[in-house]
Design a protein around this ligand. Structure first.
Ligand SMILES: C[S@@+](CC[C@H](N)C(=O)[O-])C[C@H]1O[C@@H](n2cnc3c(N)ncnc32)[C@H](O)[C@@H]1O
Length: 370
């Protein structure tokens, strides 16, 4: 492992805490709140790995990601039960020695109970990950937050990590710079960039990221990354700058259905308009343009189309829903509405048509609808 530090290339970063940082941290808080509870009751050991930890605190006083993660456990309502079953390890990697010292000072203000271990480490994130993958026989379930300044993240390293165990990745993909690099490399403007991109995407397929719109290209890039890393599910939220263009995307990758569901729930919570995006500044004037309740038309259409193909049990619709961005509460509301209107019916197969009883749902009314 590298022990030497390398200076923070963007010290001004710590002067600004915008809504984008807030959303990023809210997502970590929300996800870990659920994930710690899901894993902590049986796993024996649970790891939070912050690859680009930073200083632990912004100059305006807001907490950085390591403290956000640690406090989520320390303030968890099931903390005592979780800590009596599992050990929680927080591994914080930071390349800048001065940043790491500051982080250690922040961490010193927390009383750590038994079974919580904090391990701040000075080094290059990707060298440390390679080392972990090479030298760990059985990796404990891990949530890995990758939050660099730039887009140069080697896909092969992250793929090896994702394969090493029950690992969830949450990556800040610096999209605006990555998009620019792709266009420059493709046009031959920066010949050296092609090799970097081939490392970022672990292959030459980045050359096909050429859709006309910025967001369509972001979607292509995210799909490519997810498939290269070998993740079953990818879920992302676009982070917009003041010009409403995507600056970066927060990408969650998991091979577990529960992880996908939990991240969808968290993204809906922090971006309740359902657009899966967040803005740099929250301008109260802008909020009136965003409907506070999600538009039910697409899930309604989706449900009708599914049921047109064949009647489905409720749990089958629930399973199908996982690959969509909609969530169960919206689907339930739509099913209730469609039943009320007589567009679909729920059979009395299990003696009741409540969702719990997993009814058959079909287009058209039946006797049980009356
Ligand atoms: C965007 S900041 C991290 C912010 C932090 N995750 C948070 O949310 O509070 C990026 C940090 O990564 C550090 N860094 C840059 N390259 C690194 C590398 N290769 N390995 C580890 N740390 C790195 C920088 O010094 C900087 O502190």
């Amino acid at each position: 492992m590298m022990a030497r530090g390398e200076a923070d290339s963007n010290p001004d970063y710590w002067n600004e805490y915008t809504n984008l940082q807030q959303v990023k941290h809210d997502l970590i808080r929300c996800y870990l709140g659920g994930w710690f509870a899901k894993l902590g009751f049986w796993a024996g050991r649970v790891v939070y790995l912050d690859t680009h930890s930073g200083r632990g605190k912004y100059n305006s006083g807001e907490l950085g990601s390591p403290l956000v993660a640690l406090d989520t456990l320390l303030n968890h309502r099931a903390r005592h039960r979780l800590l009596s079953t599992s050990e929680f390890v927080f591994l914080f990697i930071e390349r800048d020695a001065e940043n790491l010292e500051r982080l250690k000072r922040e961490l010193a203000s927390r009383q750590l109970p038994r079974n919580v271990r904090v391990d701040p480490h000075c080094g290059d994130a990707f060298a440390v990950i390679d080392d972990i993958v090479r030298n760990t026989k059985a990796l404990a379930p891990a949530f890995v937050f990758v939050d660099p300044y730039g887009f140069k993240i080697p896909a092969a390293t992250l793929r090896a990590l994702l394969r090493a165990g029950r690992v969830e990745l949450f990556i800040n993909v610096i999209w605006r710079e990555l998009d620019m690099a792709i266009s420059q490399a493709r046009s031959g403007l920066k010949p050296g960039m092609a090799a970097t991109l081939t490392e970022v995407f672990d292959g030459e397929e980045w050359r096909d990221i050429a859709a006309p719109g910025l967001d369509e290209r972001a979607d292509q890039a995210v799909r490519l990354l997810a498939s290269k890393l070998g993740a079953k599910w990818h879920t992302y939220i676009r982070m917009l700058g003041d010009n409403d263009r995507t600056r970066y995307v927060l990408l969650h990758l998991t091979n577990h259905d529960e992880g996908r569901d939990l991240m969808k729930d968290c993204m809906w919570k922090v971006a309740p308009d359902g657009g899966y995006y967040a803005r740099k500044s929250v301008d109260p004037g802008q909020l009136v343009l965003i409907s506070p309740t999600p538009d039910p038309a697409p899930p309604r259409q989706w449900a009708v189309e599914r049921l047109r193909a064949q009647p489905r049990r409720w749990h089958e619709l629930q399973e199908d829903l996982r690959s969509e961005l909609w969530r169960e509460p919206q689907l339930k509301a739509v099913i209730r509405e469609l039943r009320k209107e007589g567009v679909i019916s729920a059979s009395e197969y299990e003696g009741t048509s409540s969702f719990k009883a997993d009814p058959w749902l079909r287009l058209g009314t039946t006797r049980t609808e009356e």
